[in-house]
Every structure is written in structure tokens, then in C-alpha cells.
Design a binder for this molecule. Structure first.
Ligand code: SDX
Length: 441
């Protein structure tokens, strides 16, 4: 039987090392044993952007990027999108099992009991400028929530973790809707717990006067979109939540860091960038020219490509179908024609095919959100709300993991050797030396 080990020969010393292989990986700490002398530090693994590094063990989400498979706690994403709702899926992600009816009722009640926010939070949000980006508003507000719940610091207490989890899942829609109303200069609408999670969110967003009844097609579409965005293993923002949370800070501060990571156009900000890109392209007849600019590297085809998926993002397939259902109610968003033509051409163009670039979760979401009536700046917010349950599942898994410590990677130092302080008189003028300062921002 072949041994589950790696034999490494250090040609500098002729020594060989046996490194155990576990779960398809080696512990890079084993490389520290490879030394040229007793006082040698040993070898490090160098992996910028952690492209080939497992930072943790997790049971939450499984992705097979080559075959376009995504499962939450073993359940396929399409199965959940067809049959579940967001709060039930959030329970599954956070707790590890689908709830029975009694537990689902209790979970739903417990979340709904936390949809209100302290009145000072409403006042705090009033302070943002009229043109503040809602991602900046919710990031700042979630971080500020850590000052309202000092009990959240006790991260190693199970009951405290459970309470903060309910608070964050319950309050994210409220503060997100408040951010939207702040942008629109409209009075804030308070939660209506008679409605579903997404129905309540829609009424906090769009209720103007009198009663508000959410459109059932839009309500269901949001439920599916929230399910699809709930978790995605060690993406940039989940990694941020784990790393910040590893200092044992409270979960509001950790989740705020996740919102910050998600804000970026390479991550959750891509859905906003897709609609800006499609609008700039303007019509189907300009698609061929746009494709040229993507292939030259002048622009990026936003909503395409993924670090893990080298096949069609399974979420993208479901979202693409959802668009037709939403358009039945809202009327067709003409940007869809440009998106479909971009996809048609890109999926047969060598540049995208050889780089295995396919539509990802962000390619079609923005078109749907725009059709529902959201401004583009709200699109990443619609990603952050459902992802909160995934971040919290990852955070609590990290807190409970006996192998986890404070995240503190090493580096390869490539800077200056020791230099002595020189009095200002004697220092060389910039023109006398390679102007290295120019490289420093
Ligand atoms: C999300 O990680 C997650 O799970 C994230 C997410 C989640 O649910 O949490 O799935 C959500 O963030 C989806 C991704 C949303 N971002 C975008 O749509 C932005 C556009 N996509 C790219 O910027 C890019 O594809 C990334 C950031 C998503 C992935 O980048 P990688 O893995 O670092 O790949 P890369 O940038 O090194 O690109 C490899 C090659 C390069 O070409 P060469 O240098 O080899 O010639 O592919 C090219 C890139 O130029 N390329 C693209 C491209 N994406 C990559 N070229 C044109 N258009 C693109 N979109």
C-alpha cells in the first residue's frame, strides 16, 4: 500500500524528509524542519493571495470548482433554491442541519425579535451624507453596533454567540433598508414582523404611505437570491471575518470587516460593476468592441471569472432563470440582451475558454436588482445581507476550532539591510540615487 507521505530531498544538504499527506494536503509547518544548519529558520511556504493554501478545516460549504458544484452542509444549492427559504437555509448553514418545524418556528421568531435597532442607530445613520455609499453606511453601522452590545465580547460563550448571530441576521435588513431610505431622503420604515424576512425587507425599503404588500414573485425571487448568496467557503470576505475574528474581537467588528472586503469590485462589488459595464456598452451592437477591450486587458468583463469555479457558477445558472420570472412582473431590463450576447460570445472565444472564465454569481444579479428598482449602489448590500449567516457560521467555526489561533502569517523580507541614520545634511539628493521613493505611494 503506497504510503500517504511526501519525500522531500533538500539538494543543498542531501537530506530527505518524510512529510505526511492528510486530506490532500501537507502541513506547511513541516517545511520548517528543512534547514541547512541548526540555527537556520527553516523553509516557509510562499503563497501570495493564499491561492493554494487551506487556512482552516470547515464543514459549512463544499465547492467543486471544476464541476460547478456548490453545497451547504451537503445540500446542493439548486435543491435549496427550489425548496427552501432564506431563514431555513441560514439555520442549516449556522447550525449544520435542516430544522424540524418546531425549531424553524423558534428560529424565525428569534430572528424577528431582533429586527428592531436601538433608536440611537437610527440617529447615527442620519449623520451620513446624502450621497454616502450604502456599503460604507452598513459597514460603519455594523461596527458601531459593537458599542451597543458589549456582551458580544464574550465570544467563547455559546449563548452570547447565539444571541449576536440572531441580532445580526435580524438587523442587517433593517440597517440596509435604513441606508437606502437615507440615500433617498425618505423617512425610515420600521420592521413589520407579520411579514416574511424578505417581505419585511421590501416594505422597509419601498413602503411610502398606507399599507404595503410585497409582490410575491419579487419576495420569492429575493428569497432565492438570498439563499444563493448565503455562504461560499473561504472567499475574501469570509477570510476577513475569520482573520479579524481570530483576535477574539466581537462579531460585529468581525462582520464589519467582511462587509469591507465584500465592498471591493473584485468581490461583492462586482454586481454593481456589471451593470455599470453593461450600461457603458449600451447596446448589443457594441458587444464585439467591448469583448476586444476585455481581451486586451484594457477592461475586465465584470461578473466573469472566479478563483474557484472553472466551470459555470451554479448560482449563475439559477439566477439567469430567475431573471425571466422577475421580468414578468417588473418588465424586461434591456441590459439582459447585452449580457446574454456577452455570454454567448465569451463562452466561445478562445481568450475566455482557455482561461476558463465563465459567468459568476454577479453577472446577472445586478440586472434583476435594477429591474426591481434598486440603485446600483445597493447591489453589494443585497449580497452582504444574506452572506451574514455564512460569515457567522465561519466565525463561530473558527472560534470553536481547537487548532485555530490568532491569524498572523509570515513574510519574505525583500527590503533594505541594516542602515545607519544619516543627518539630513549628508543625505543624498533624490536625483543622486535610483529614485526608489517614487515606488512608494
Ligand atoms: C465573487 O471567492 C468567492 O467565492 C467569491 C464569490 C462569493 O460568493 O463569495 O463567489 C463572489 O466575488 C465572485 C467574483 C466577482 N468578481 C468579478 O466578477 C470581477 C471580475 N472577475 C475577475 O476580477 C477575476 O476573475 C476574479 C477576481 C474573480 C478572480 O481572479 P483570479 O482568480 O485572481 O484570476 P486572475 O485575476 O489572476 O485572472 C487569471 C487570468 C488573467 O489573464 P492572464 O494574466 O492570465 O492573461 O484571467 C484573466 C486575467 O486577466 N481574467 C479576466 C477576467 N477574470 C480573469 N479577463 C477578463 N475579464 C475577467 N473578468
Amino acid at each position: 500500500m503506497a504510503k500517504e507521505t511526501l519525500t522531500i530531498k533538500d539538494n543543498r544538504t542531501g537530506k530527505t524528509y518524510e512529510v505526511p499527506i492528510q486530506d490532500g494536503s501537507i502541513r506547511t509547518a513541516e517545511l520548517r524542519k528543512i534547514k541547512v544548519s541548526d540555527d537556520d529558520f527553516g523553509l516557509l511556504g510562499y503563497d501570495p493571495a493564499l491561492m493554494n493554501t487551506a487556512s482552516c478545516k470547515s464543514k459549512v460549504t463544499y465547492i467543486d470548482g471544476d464541476n460547478g458544484i456548490l453545497r451547504y452542509r451537503g445540500y446542493d444549492i439548486a435543491d435549496l433554491a427550489d425548496n427552501s427559504n432564506y431563514l431555513e437555509t441560514a439555520y442549516l448553514i449556522v447550525k449544520g442541519e435542516l430544522p424540524d418545524s418546531q425549531r424553524l418556528k423558534a428560529w424565525t421568531h428569534n430572528i424577528k425579535m431582533h429586527t428592531m435597532v436601538h433608536e440611537n442607530i437610527r440617529k447615527f445613520m442620519d449623520g451620513f451624507r446624502y450621497d454616502a455609499h450604502p456599503m460604507g453606511m452598513i459597514m460603519g453601522t455594523v461596527a458601531a453596533m459593537s458599542t451597543f452590545y458589549p456582551d458580544a465580547k464574550d465570544v467563547e460563550d455559546l449563548q452570547s454567540r447565539r444571541l449576536q448571530t440572531r441580532r445580526l441576521i435580524g438587523k442587517l435588513p433593517t440597517i440596509s433598508a435604513f441606508a437606502y431610505r437615507q440615500m433617498r431622503g425618505l423617512p425610515f420604515v420600521y420592521p413589520d414582523n407579520e411579514l416574511s424576512y424578505t417581505g419585511n425587507f421590501l416594505q422597509m425599503l419601498f413602503k411610502i404611505a398606507g399599507n404595503y404588500t410585497p409582490d410575491p414573485v419579487i419576495e420569492r425571487a429575493l428569497e432565492v437570491l438570498f439563499i444563493l448568496h448565503a455562504d461560499h467557503e473561504q472567499n475574501c470576505s469570509a477570510n476577513a471575518v475569520r482573520a479579524v475574528g481570530s483576535s477574539l474581537v466581537d462579531p460585529y467588528s468581525a462582520v464589519a470587516s467582511g462587509i469591507g472586503a465584500l465592498y471591493g469590485p473584485r468581490h461583492g462589488g462586482a454586481n454593481e460593476a456589471v451593470v455599470q459595464m453593461l450600461t457603458k456598452i449600451g447596446s448589443v451592437k457594441n458587444v464585439a468592441k467591448a469583448i476586444k477591450s476585455f481581451k486586451s486587458g484594457e477592461d475586465r468583463l465584470m461578473g466573469f471569472g472566479h478563483r474557484i469555479y472553472k466551470a459555470y457558477d451554479p448560482r449563475g445558472k439559477i439566477i439567469k432563470k430567475l431573471a425571466d420570472e422577475v421580468f414578468e412582473v417588473t418588465g424586461k431590463n434591456k441590459l439582459i440582451d447585452i449580457a446574454l450576447e456577452l455570454e454567448r460570445i465569451a463562452l466561445q472565444d478562445e481568450y475566455f475558454v482557455e482561461r476558463r472564465l465563465y459567468p459568476n454569481v454577479d453577472f446577472y444579479t445586478g440586472i434583476i436588482y435594477q429591474a426591481i428598482g434598486f440603485p446600483t449602489t445597493m447591489f453589494p448590500v443585497l449580497f452582504a445581507i444574506p452572506r451574514t449567516s455564512g460569515w457567522l457560521a465561519q466565525w463561530s467555526e473558527m472560534v470553536r476550532d481547537p487548532e485555530q489561533k490568532i491569524t498572523r502569517p509570515r513574510q519574505l523580507y525583500i527590503g533594505e539591510d541594516l542602515r545607519e541614520y544619516a543627518p539630513i545634511k549628508g543625505r543624498p539628493k533624490p536625483s543622486d540615487r535610483e529614485d526608489k521613493v517614487a515606488e512608494v505611494i
